[in-house]
Design a protein. Sequence first.
Length: 402
Amino acid sequence: MQEKGHPTGHPKGHPHGGGHGHHGAEGKHGAGPVEDISGGRKWLPKLIAWELTRSCNLDCIHCRAAARFGPYPNELTTEECLKFLDNVASFSKPIIIMTGGEPMLRDDIWELAKHGTKLGLRMVMAPCGFLVTEETVQKMKESGIQRVSFSIDGATAETHDNFRRVNGAFDSVMKAIENVKKAGMPFQINTTITNHNLKELPQILDLAIKLGAVAHHPFLLVPTGRGAQLKDQAIDPAEYEKTLTWFYEQREKVPLQFKPTCAPHYYRIFRQKEREKGITVTPETHGLDAMSKGCMGGQSFAFVSNTGKVQICGFLDVECGDIRKEPFSVIWDTSKVFQEMRAWDEYNGRCGYCEFRKVCGGCRARAFAYTKNYMDEEPFCTYQPGEAAKKARDEKKKGGPA
């Protein structure tokens, strides 16, 4: 499946100060400060999406991995998985999103979850729904899974199942949610937004609230995998801006954490709208909303595939390393692509000099999907930075006054 969101478990702060929603104690696991954090800062992963298997019992039209039931050859062995977790825990304590495909199709899934939990990692899971029974929910709890995410891409069974291309997918998610609620396990809803369901977004949000989700994370389509065939279904830049503004307007109206993913310029809109109200965004007033960043790929986020390939995220299909050849910790520190992701002033076009580049950064995967260059400017952003910002960046690069 497409990387199914981030079931990341975070309390609300002020006013919805959950930040990007990546964990239970955001001050401990958050995306980090968004000031000029490049100079001398030790970059640490705060969130790792781990594709444990590509096998899946759905056939979603937007799937990043173009996943099917499988089996897939050469997937990481149990020993390799345990070694990976040991290495991660040796230098950071990120949230580990156990995703796929359908992660529950791995026979060793509970062993891996228990091992991560024992190491002090926050283990969360993104299952499809069909395999989430009362029995498997109990195994989740016993192995230390702290949150699960479910994808709902339509407000009705018809629209959701059409998107997932499996009859009964919507009903399976409803049953899965019922089972996790019985067990008292927190869950969140993720929604991939395209033109097919954009008008249903308010109804899907209402459904998430009624179901008792602790968070709703809409994902703005990144056209990769099977999703590349949906470029014409991606909402246009003007509608994108309008939608992100609507997200902002909902943030204080809803009783759950609600903010978009794979839409980094939301953080620009958030600051612009607060500024219009005369409000300065600070950690004291806005919690981790003030410290979260748009695109975190290669900066506090990474993706590891079912065969051990490392990427900045699941949507940018550019290999940055291979954990079968060298430890993840080495890849994290030395990967050329990761280093490029941390050099915001070197981004091409507007993204390289925008006043909001340190809190947004543009979507590197979306840039790659449209131009084949992940350093290019975000193609769906309508904001035009001022000439003063460009001049300041150019002077800084020349070694002059910033």
